[in-house]
Ligand binder design. Structure first.
Ligand SMILES: [Ca+2]
Length: 374
């Protein structure tokens, strides 16, 4: 299976890393002058009042300012979705002014009016992949509407430079809660059963509280600039849709960073072949001695990958020795290790595998929270 280019649909992004602090922080910022394109529709909302209201006639709907925590796009700045439970506040996102926005489903034709509450934005009420848009101008440039907020004392100048152009609005994957799973089945898809976390294991081994729903329509939905939802699905139950997935966006962030690192070294690296991403407990099985029951793959923060720009189904020759070998896998592992050291919140396991039988070399990468290598 070859990678195909991501659809060019607008989208934005975010990982939920930090919490509610952001709402307060966002509200303390003074809107920069660009916002005021919406002012004429916006008497008295307090948005964009200060200056520059003579600017463009571009329709931006009633006055509102959407603030997105900078961390939501990851260290790579390439994450394009955030995760939420149905109808709950979306972490890292704040809104001021009129709640004149709506959600458009990536599957089917559903439209939901956006609901704002206590300075925050609630996720759509139904499970699925949703894109936030303005009813007045779906093509609205978010450069004029989305304010990126930097936390952690880095926001010396919260005005102009915290605004950045992003190609779309805000994409949210609304999760299906674990409680809907019965006897290992979630909406007709066999997930299997998570074992309780052993007492001496970290919280990273807690059974996941919710699952991403993936339909035939949303398998190409971008989770980041170079990865799509469907690439991380368990490779089983071919004819069953929707399927379910656990995906830690920190893994995606790390994979994006590794790609960027490889490109920086002169390699072609537009995406990884994901040999294995999420694996349901049903698919993974208990393994020998029960080890597979706690594989990072079942927690959605691991992927076995290789780089295959040449499209021959095997790891590319990154070392330039004319062979596809474990040395090429080590090039990827080395980049991942370096980036995990630079970003401790992405720490985790790295495993290097040489070719075996018809299968070429590959690298296991996970973000379990503590370093491990093999
Ligand atoms: Ca090589």
């Amino acid at each position: 299976m070859r990678k195909s280019p991501l659809p060019s649909k607008p989208a934005v992004f975010s990982v939920v890393l930090l919490g509610a602090v952001i709402v307060v922080s966002a509200l303390t910022y003074k809107p920069p002058r660009m916002v005021s394109a919406s002012e004429e529709h916006n008497q008295g909302s307090g948005i964009g009042d200060e200056e520059g209201s003579s600017s463009s006639s571009e329709e931006t709907g009633d006055g509102w300012v959407l603030s997105v925590e900078e961390g939501l796009t990851g260290h790579s700045d390439r994450l394009r979705v955030t995760l939420a439970k149905p109808g709950e506040p979306i972490e890292g996102v704040a809104i001021e002014g009129a709640c004149d926005l709506r959600w458009k489903a990536a599957q089917g034709e559903a439209i939901e009016e956006a609901v704002c509450k206590d300075g925050g934005l609630l996720s759509p009420p139904a499970v699925g992949a949703w894109t936030l848009e303005s009813p007045h101008s779906p093509k609205l440039s978010t450069k004029t509407a989305v304010r990126r907020v930097t936390l952690g004392g880095k926001a010396e100048d919260p005005s102009e430079q915290s605004w950045r152009p992003v190609p779309g609005m805000l994409d949210v994957l609304v999760l299906r809660p674990r409680e809907e799973k019965e006897r290992g089945m979630l909406n007709g898809y066999r997930v299997g059963t998570y074992r309780p976390r052993p007492r001496n294991f970290s919280n990273a081994y807690e059974p996941p509280p919710a699952f991403i729903e993936v339909t035939e329509e949303t398998q190409d939905f971008p989770v980041s600039d170079h990865f799509r939802l469907g690439e991380f699905l368990t490779k089983d139950q071919e004819d069953v849709w929707p399927k379910y997935l656990v995906l830690d966006l920190r893994l995606i962030d790390l994979l994006e960073l590794v790609l960027e690192e490889l490109r920086g070294k002169g390699h072609e690296a537009s995406g990884f072949f994901i040999m294995s991403g999420y694996r349901t407990p049903y698919y993974n099985g208990p393994g020998s001695g029960g080890r597979a029951a706690f594989s990072r793959h079942i927690f959605g923060d691991a992927a076995d990958v290789w780089l295959d720009e040449s499209g021959d189904g095997r790891m590319d020759d990154l070392t330039g020795d004319g062979r596809s070998s474990i040395k090429d896998a080590r090039v990827i592992a080395g980049a991942a290790e370096k980036l995990q050291k630079r970003h401790p919140d992405l720490a985790g396991g790295i495993g290097v595998y040489g070719p075996r039988g018809s299968r070429g070399p590959f690298v296991h990468i996970d973000v379990r929270g503590e370093p491990a290598s093999w």
